[in-house]
Design a binder for this molecule. Sequence first.
Ligand code: SAH
Length: 351
Amino acid sequence: MTLSDLLSQRILSDGPLSIADYMAECLSNPQYGYYATQEPFGVSGDFITAPEISQMFGELLGLCLAQCWIDQGKPKSITLAEAGPGRGTLMADALRATQIIPEFHTALKLFLIETSERLRNIQAQTLRDYTPQWISATDELPQQPLFFLANEFFDALPIRQFQRQADYWRERRVNFAENQFFFEPDVPTVQPLLDHRINATVDGDIVEVCPAALPVIHNVSGRIAQYGGAALIVDYGNWRSLGDTLQAVQNHKMVPPLSTPGRVDLTAHVDFGALVRAAVCQHSKLVPQGLFLQRLGIVDRARKLTQSATIAQATEVKQALHRLTHHDQLGTHFKVLGLFPHGEASPLGLD
Ligand code: SAH
């Protein structure tokens, strides 16, 4: 049995799947899913994320959150949480950098929101000095101030796609015939949840929604609004999703999204506008990652790292700085959104 067999049988018995159901099975099926079976990260994997490029990324994000904690009067008992921590690299760098603020470490309890058993085991190794607690969903986060990180987490959540036809929407579904998966629009339906998209779309346009993102934002922003804290959400996307952004990556190359289910990474651009509409606390501007990191002092940090480095290491640091901040690399494609309590200042670098 493969994931292709499982999905094709399901389609043959129940009819075409929503893209969200297809994506959820491909990424998170506990036996055959991508995160359960593949090693996505790094040069030998399918893609490299910012924390895997350089320690500077996690260090600066960690210090940014610790500064929010100081600005909010150093609450004594807090949650530090990350959604989708991958190999745990970002959190390890954030915790190492914030050791210069010992009271922050005394105050925090570390929570990791992760569904993949395989990745939980890797995170347990990377973060063995910090006794993390794993949870599967954000509703399990304690009711106390929350300092929250998510890098390339929201892009991995399943999306649904709808194609406009007059004032109706046809959901794009995944069907299977002649040994192949293919996209097929469903019948036109009224979608009250997409009423606000009618004015700025034309016939044929595709819009995406990410239902799974909403409870995450609801739970995270609810705790921040009620108890204090801050969130830094980093991902590719923009204020509003328009068009088909579903993409599959394998060995650092784009491949057709329906090829080899479970073997390729599937993501979609993040609709930051939808996240903000679901938030019950304040939100920052949407700031390009490169600008955000520069405002937090990444250039100085890189200079410091090169001072005690070999020539090869110094070259690596300079290349990492370029990749994280330059506009033709991750610098503008990736954006940072901050969430914070009413009456507080926006996290550093985001105002
Ligand atoms: N943040 C990491 C990894 C990004 S990959 C980095 O920047 O390197 C996406 C991560 O989200 C993986 O750890 C994956 O297992 C996790 N994930 C995907 N869907 C999830 C869900 N619904 N709940 C919790 N974790 C999820």
